[in-house]
Design a protein around this ligand. Structure first.
Ligand code: NAD
Length: 441
């Protein structure tokens, strides 16, 4: 008999701290508030709309996930945020231009006005296309770290929340690779005191969250919590962490189409992906150092899915290019094009074209909600360290050192749902299905 797992109930208020109160965060907050009032459906959110099959296909048990696992209720969420701009969630949502002003912003104006960001731990060198003034009055990394910790504790006391989750919804920072400063807590502490360039604000937020026992999820590709010392700290202290980079548009399509190409043993010679995007995210990513962080996150996917070394005839020479072009007229409504050159029987070439006219934050907000609720669930279930079962939501899933990430969306989905079954002491679903054909007495 395997061990029985227990999950602490989701009692009391859940404080959700978003780093960044831009397009994604304001769309998340507004959407949840609208859904709570029955003024919109939380489409795209597995925790709110998804079902899960339990037992055999003939058992007829497919409850809603929110009725199956003890998740925090939307009514119990209390919002907090930091941003480089002083705009409250009402102004942020209006400026972002994602939601309809009359129908989806004015309708909940009072609640949105109440979400006022705390001053950001920010330095321009990490996102030079941003010029907000609503920042902590210090450039000392130690003081920033202490400032974030004080903010967390003040928020906890003032809002009387029982649990907290922090989610990075702020701009993508410049590219930094894990180096000597990030190896151990001692080296990281020293780097903080030395004001090392290698300590970006996202790392300070992540570290502050962990020091306060708060789960951390990272919606952008910068390192934040994805470095050896913070990974180890989170594991040792049993705090859930996950990242990186919400898997919303083009990469979502890629992680569905590439496994299909591979599953059918079709060859691939090239994959050209380009986007136009006109929101502030696009503006920040217009700086090459910031785009590099995003590019790394987007490029890794194909290689991990196709595993060229295992099948060089099919995937040994793939030309993969990803571009994001800042184009203000489109605002948050991104347009992505993919040209995919594949080969079939006897090497004959074929092409797939994808033109995805998506809405960036409309796709990202439900992922952010699920990540918040699942991170809180993980904490109550005693799951610390990297939450690989949340890979489903990320472009560059954080995995244990030495493991390659699983990018295939449907493997990620199976992993997530099996984790929920496991948490709730239900049988795993392997899809073997012999039981429907074996003779039984
Ligand atoms: N929307 C999507 O589909 C999507 C997908 C994947 C990843 N992301 C990532 O999510 C993040 C948010 O996207 P967005 O469209 O909301 O961007 P946005 O520019 O509208 O919002 C980001 C906000 O973060 C703030 N900010 C920057 N640095 C900060 C700091 N150190 N502390 C506090 N606030 C800070 C900015 O002032 C801005 O208001 C970006 O990193 C983006 O790359 C978005």
């Amino acid at each position: 008999m395997s061990e029985t797992r227990t999950i602490a109930p989701a009692e009391g208020k859940l404080g959700v701290l978003t780093v960044g109160l831009g397009a994604v965060a304001s769309t998340l907050i507004a959407g949840v508030e609208l859904a709570k009032r029955g003024q919109g459906l939380p489409i795209g959110s597995m925790t709110q709309m998804g079902t899960i099959r339990l037992g055999k296909r003939t058992d007829g048990r497919s409850p809603l996930i929110k009725d199956f696992v003890p998740l925090a209720k939307l009514d119990d969420i209390v919002w907090g945020a930091w941003d480089v701009f002083p705009d409250d969630a009402y102004v942020a949502a209006s400026r972002a231009g994602v939601l309809e002003q009359g129908k989806h912003i004015e309708a909940i104006a009072d609640v949105l006005r109440d979400v006022r960001p705390m001053k950001a731990a920010f330095e321009r060198k990490y996102a030079r296309n941003l010029t907000g003034e609503h920042v902590m009055a210090t450039t000392s990394k130690r003081e920033m770290l202490n400032g974030i910790r004080a903010d967390i504790n003040r928020f906890r006391d003032e809002k009387k929340v029982d649990r907290l989750v922090m989610i990075w919804c702020a701009s993508t920072e410049i590219f930094i690779e894990p180096g000597p400063d990030h190896q151990t807590i001692e080296s990281f502490e020293k780097a903080i005191d030395a004001n090392s360039d290698q300590v970006a604000p996202s790392m300070l937020y992540a570290y502050a969250a962990l020091l306060e026992g708060v789960p951390f999820a990272n919606g952008s590709p910068n390192l934040a919590v994805d470095m050896p010392c913070l990974r180890e700290y989170a594991t040792q202290h049993n705090i859930p962490i996950s990242g990186k980079d919400f898997k919303t548009g083009q990469t979502l399509m890629k992680t569905v189409l590439a496994p299909m190409v591979k599953a059918r043993q079709l060859g691939l010679t090239g994959w050209y992906s380009t986007n136009i995007l006109g929101n502030r995210d696009g503006e920040v990513l217009d700086a090459p150092e910031n785009f590099k962080t995003k590019e790394e996150s987007k490029l890794g996917v194909l290689e991990d899915i196709l595993e060229p070394s295992k099948n060089p005839d099919l995937y040994g020479d793939v030309f993969h290019k990803v571009q994001i072009n800042y184009y203000p007229p489109r605002g948050d409504n991104k347009e992505g094009w993919d040209n995919i050159d594949i080969t079939g029987w006897m090497g004959y070439p074929m092409q797939i074209k994808v033109n995805f006219l998506c809405r960036d934050s409309i796709l990202a907000a439900p992922l952010a909600l699920d990540l918040v609720l699942y991170s809180d669930l993980a904490a109550r279930a005693g799951l610390g360290g990297i939450q690989e079962w949340l890979s489903f939501y990320y472009k560059s899933p954080q995995v244990a050192p030495g493991l390659y990430p699983e990018h295939d969306l449907f493997i990620q989905l199976a992993k997530l749902k099996n984790t929920l079954r496991w948490l709730m002491n239900e049988d795993q679903i392997t899809h073997l299905g012999r039981e429907y054909y074996d003779e039984t007495d």
